[in-house]
Design a protein around this ligand. Sequence first.
Ligand code: GBH
Length: 501
Amino acid sequence: MERYLIVAIIFAIIQITFCCDVVKLTFPSGFSLGTASASYQVEGAWNVSDKGENVWDYFTHNRPELITDGRNGDVACNSYYKYKEDVQLIKSLGFDFYRFSISWSRVLPTGFTNVISEDGLQYYKNLTAELVENGIEPVVTIYHWDHPQVIEDMGGWTNELIVDWFVDYAEVIFEALGDSVKRWITINEPDSFCVDGYEGVRKAPGKLLTGVGTYLCGHNVLKAHAKTYRLYDEKFRDTQNGEVGIVLPLISFLPYNSSYLDAAETAFQFSCGWMAHPIYFGDYPEIMKTRVALVSEYQGYPRSRLPEFSDEWIAIINGTNDYFGVNHYTSQLVYDDPDEEDGIYNSDKGLIFTVDPTWAATASDWFYVNPSGFGTLLRKIRDEYNNPPVWVTENGFSDSGILDDYDRISYYYEYLREMLIAIKRDGCNVQGYAVWSILDNFEWHAGYTERFGITYVEFDDTDTNRTAKLSQAWWAKVLSKRKLQAVPTSTTTRYLLPWQK
Ligand code: GBH
C-alpha cells in the first residue's frame, strides 16, 4: 500500500514538474534559435563585378507593373555591403544561427560551372567566416528562388536538365563553404515558385503554363533536391558531417467543420505531401495521383498532368531529408467544392479555401493569424512522417512598417507558445526555429509594402539605415532568458535592447 502511495506521489511530482515546465514556456536545452533572410530580398548589388542576371532581376526590371510598388531588389537592404553590420546585429540580439541564401548567378555568372565568380564566392566565404568568428552558426539555403535568367531562357524548372545544372552549382557551394556550414537547405519552398511562378505571375518567371507547369516544376525540384542530397552523401558527408534537407511552405489546413476532415487531409497531401511523400515514402500521395489523373481525363488530356517517377527515381528520392524544414505563417479552412456533386471539376484538389473571420489580418492578403494552427501542423508532421527532427526555418508577421510593433510581438508569443506545447506536451521533435526576418526586405510581388522585419529598414534612401522595432528588444530578452516573455502593452513596458541598459 505504502509503496503504491510513494509511486503515486512520484508520478504526481513528475506531472507537476512537466506541466509547470509547459506553463513556464522555456525553450528545451539545446534548442536552436536563429533568424533568416534570402539573397535577392536583402543583398542588393545586383550587377556588381561579374554577377549574372537572375530571374528576379529580369522579372522586376521588365515587369515592374507586377510588383505592388513597382520596385526591385537592385539595392534592397544593401547586405552585400553591410553584411558585417548585419552579423553584429544578429550577434548582439543573441541569435544562435543565421539562415541566409546564395545567389546562384552571383557565384556562377553564366549559370554553369565553366565560370566561377571569385568575387561572388568570396562574398559568401566572408559572410560565413564573419558569422563563425562571432559565434553564430551559418545555415545555408542553396536556392531561394533566384536562378540565373539564362537557365530560365532554357525553360528553368520545367526543363529536366536543370537537375544536373543545379547539382553542379550545389557542388561548388558544398566545396567552398562546407567546412563551416553544417546545416544545408537545398531548395526553399517549391510550392511557392512552382505555383506562383509557372502558373501565375506573382513570382518570377511568371509563366502561365496552366495545368502543367506547376507539377513539372515540382517534379524537377524533387529530382534536383534528391540528387543534391546523394551528391552530399557520396562526396562530402564523411568529411563535412552536415545535414541536408528541403524547406516546405506549410499552411495549416483545418476542416471548415467536422464533416470536412477528408477535405483538410486532401489539402495537406496536395501541399505538404506533394514534396514530402516522395521524400519520405518514394512517390506522390495516392490522393494526388488519383485526383490529378481524374481531372486531367475530365479536361481531355491524354494522360495525367502529374508526371510519374520511374522506379529508379523513386529509389533516388526516397529518404533524402536529414531533417524536416518548415516555413509556417498561416492557416486556412477547407471544404469540398460543391460543384463536384454535379460532376463539375473546377480544380485538381476539388476544394474551397477560406479563413475564419475571427483570425486577425496582417499586411499580406494571404496571411491571417491563427496560432493554434501551428500546433496542429506540428502534430500532423509528427504523425505523418514518424516524428522526424523538425527545423522551423521561417515564421513571422507582416505589417506596413511601424516601429512599435506590438502585433508582431504578440504573434511571436502566441505562435511560439503553440510550438513549445507541441514539443513539451505532445513530443514533437522540433529542434530549431528561425525568425523571419532579421530585417525588413524585398517582399517579392509586394515590393517593400509588406514588412516582416524585427528591424526597420529605410529603403527610400541609399544608406538603407536600420532602426530597431520594439520586437527586436523582445527577442533579445527571449534569447537571453531562453524563455517566452510577456507581450508588452504600451511603451511603458517596453523591453530595452542590451545596449540600452
Ligand atoms: C516565405 O514564403 C518566403 O520563403 C520568404 O521569402 C518570404 O519573404 C516570406 O515567406 C514572407 O512572405 O501571393 O496569394 O499567391 C511564405 C509562403 C507562399 C506565402 C506563397 C505567400 C503566395 C500566396 N508564401 N504565398 S499568393
